[in-house]
Every structure is written in structure tokens, then in C-alpha cells.
Design a protein around this ligand. Structure first.
Ligand code: HEM
Length: 338
């Protein structure tokens, strides 16, 4: 309080200043109160309360949102709305409501957001609207991946994964018992296995192109999880919250395009080596990929594989390692399974 008085002494407010501030506050409160759009009556209930502009976001920052969702489900039913950012999200809880929702095709298309920006529309799998094109692309990727060894048993890529694991072990032992974070190395390893599948080669960790790819992936991931606040568009310099996503996804796409060009130069139709080769062969067929695959979509699908496959695998392995540290008996069983 003393600081406030000191500040007022140094910068005395005139009557004009005070009335300007009061007019601003009154206008703001009235705008928030009266500019509210009426919700149609047939919508699920909206959780009341929340702050002007920020809506329920401050509540999420102070309380575990999972507990909040359970509490609100008890108060408002299995389907209700919450206001976050500048829009509303619908929260669905409970087996019956979730099953009913998941059985409807209309909910099978992903909500657009940073991934949509990165993938440049619906040319890929992640953001393609649910339907025939999506199913064909997904089926194609799954069958090529199975052929390349993404499966259990004989002919699997187990050896490649174990080779990559050996490099992580070397890295871990280099810390000689000092504390370190393994997540980044796991993301690098996961990314390298995806490289082996799609580009036909793993990269040495010291390879500058690979390091550039890793950095691009890390920056792209960081941009994607940034949560744009509702008024962020009005702040100069951050008016376009998706600019970073676009920038880093362009770099990733550039890397992929270079690899596609390299593959085109020495493609052997009798001996496809990796995912890109299979895509090129598909495009070379009489009807190519029809409406579901073209050169641009190959770039975007490859980008999907990096976006969807790197951090998910790294996070799962990080948790697995944590649990093995906490439960040495399980760790022992894993070792015996080798
Ligand atoms: C432990 C690691 C992984 C986890 C936990 C994981 C989890 C998921 C989940 C939850 C989905 C959404 C499924 C849905 O909406 O129905 C998904 C979709 C997808 N994942 Fe993974 N994933 C992992 C690894 C990978 C890898 C290694 C790749 C590829 C290299 C990959 C590629 C994809 C693709 C392309 C999709 C979109 C396909 C679709 O919507 O059906 N994922 N993943």
C-alpha cells in the first residue's frame, strides 16, 4: 500500500485522469455484461461463473482440471460446456455419453488448431476430414508400415530399435551417475527410427542435418503447445500466434522435400527401400493416388508421422523408465524379457 501512495505522490492523478479511468472501467463492465450472445436453449448447460475475457481459464490454472471436470459433471450432468479462451468447449463424461459420442462420424474429424496450420489443411491424415480419403491414406500408411516391419514377430524392425537403444545407453552411461533428463534423447531416438522407416536411413547424432531436424521438431512442438490467450491477437508482435508453427513446419517440410527429391533420383521400382519409395511407386501407378494421394499429401503425411510419432513415443518411454526406477522388480522382469 505504501508503494501506491509513493507512486501517487510522484505522479499525482488529475480529476481528468480519474474520470477517464472510471469511464474505461464502466465501459468495460457494461460491454462484458451486455455484449453477451444469447445461447440457443437446446445446448447442454454452461458452467456458470468465470472471469471477464479469461472465462474459466484462471480456474484451470489454480485447480486440477480433471477434478474440476468430475465436480462439474456431478453438478451439471454428463454433457456440459465450459468457456475457455474465446470459445466454449463441450465436456463429455461417463461411459454412456462417451460411447454415444464416439459412435458418431461427425466427431471423428479432428478439431482444427495448430496442427491444422502446420499441415496446411486437410492434405494429410491427422487433419483430413473423416471419410473415404482419410481411410485410404490411413490404410495405405498402415500397410506400408507393416511391410517395412512395424509389427510383432519375424521381419520386424526390432533390430533397428535395439540399435537405436544402444546409442541411448551409451549416452546415459556418459553421465556417469550424474542426474540428467532422458526425454530429449528419447525424442531423438524415436525421431531417428521414424527417419529409418521413411527415409531408409538412421542418422548419426552428430549429423548437422539431423541436428537441424531435431531442433526444428523441438521448436515446432513448443509452438504447438503454446496456448493462445483470447486477447493475444491484439498484442503487437504476437498478432499471429500461429506464425511460429508455420515457420517451423515449413522447415520440416523442406527437409522432407529434399529427401523425396533424393529418393526420386535413385528409385528402383523392383526394390522399394522405405516409405518414400512406396509413396513414389504409388504415385507412378496408372491412376496414381487418385484423389487421396498426391505429391503434396506425401509431404504432409510424412510430416504427420514425425509430429504424431516423436513426442508420443518419447513421453511413453520416459514414463516407462520412471516406473522402472520406482519399481525395480518390474525393471528386473523387463531385463529378463530381453
Ligand atoms: C507410444 C507412442 C504413441 C502413442 C501413445 C500414440 C497415440 C496416438 C493417439 C491417442 C492417436 C489418436 C487416435 C485417434 O484419434 O483415434 C494417434 C493417432 C495417430 N498416430 Fe500415434 N501414438 C504413438 C506413436 C505413433 C507413431 C510412432 C506414429 C508414426 C510414426 C504415430 C502416428 C499416428 C498417426 C498418423 C495418427 C493419426 C491416425 C488416425 O487419426 O487414425 N503414432 N496416436
Amino acid at each position: 500500500m505504501a508503494e501506491v501512495f509513493t507512486l501517487l505522490e510522484r505522479f499525482p492523478l488529475t480529476l481528468l485522469d480519474v474520470s477517464t479511468i472510471l469511464v474505461f472501467v464502466a465501459t468495460f463492465v457494461l460491454a462484458v455484461r451486455f455484449l453477451k450472445v444469447e445461447r440457443p436453449g437446446n445446448l447442454a448447460p454452461l458452467v456458470p461463473g468465470g472471469w471477464p475475457l479469461l472465462n474459466h481459464m484462471p480456474t484451470f490454472l489454480t485447480t486440477d482440471h480433471r477434478l474440476l471436470f468430475c465436480k462439474w459433471a456431478k453438478e451439471h450432468g454428463d454433457v456440459y460446456h465450459v468457456k475457455i479462451k474465446s470459445g466454449e468447449i463441450c465436456v463429455v463424461s461417463g461411459y454412456t455419453a462417451l460411447k454415444e459420442m464416439m459412435e458418431k462420424d461427425v466427431f471423428s474429424t479432428r478439431h482444427d488448431g495448430p496442427v491444422m496450420v502446420a499441415t496446411g489443411g486437410d492434405q494429410d491424415i491427422l487433419m483430413a476430414p473423416y471419410g473415404e480419403v482419410f481411410k485410404k491414406r490411413r490404410r495405405f500408411v498402415a500397410s506400408v508400415f507393416r511391410g517395412l516391419g512395424v509389427k510383432m514377430g519375424r521381419g520386424s524392425i526390432q533390430d533397428q530399435i535395439q540399435e537405436e537403444a544402444r546409442f541411448i545407453c551409451i549416452k546415459i552411461s556418459s553421465f556417469s551417475g550424474r542426474p540428467f533428463s532422458v526425454s530429449t534423447d528419447l525424442a531423438t531416438a524415436a525421431g531417428n527410427i521414424i527417419c529409418a522407416l521413411v527415409f531408409g536411413k538412421r542418422f548419426d547424432y552428430g549429423d548437422t542435418r539431423f541436428q537441424h531436424l531435431q531442433m526444428t521438431m523441438a521448436k515446432l512442438g513448443a509452438e504447438m503447445v503454446k496456448w493462445p490467450l483470447p486477447f493475444v491477437h491484439y498484442i503487437p508482435k504476437v498478432q499471429d500466434p500461429a506464425a511460429g508453427v508455420r515457420l517451423h513446419s515449413k522447415k520440416l517440410q523442406q527437409f522432407i522435400r529434399e529427401e523425396i527429391e533424393r529418393h526420386r533420383l535413385n528409385l528402383d521400382p523392383e526394390d522399394p527401400r522405405d516409405f518414400i519409395d512406396y509413396c513414389l511407386l504409388q504415385l507412378n501407378q496408372k491412376d496414381g493416388g487418385g484423389t487421396w494421394l498426391n505429391e503434396e499429401s506425401v509431404v504432409y503425411i510424412l510430416q504427420d508421422l514425425f509430429i504424431a510419432g516423436t513426442d508420443t513415443t518419447a513421453a511413453t518411454l520416459t514414463w516407462a523408465i520412471l516406473y522402472m526406477i520406482l519399481y525395480p522388480d518390474v525393471q528386473q522382469k523387463v531385463r529378463e524379457n530381453q
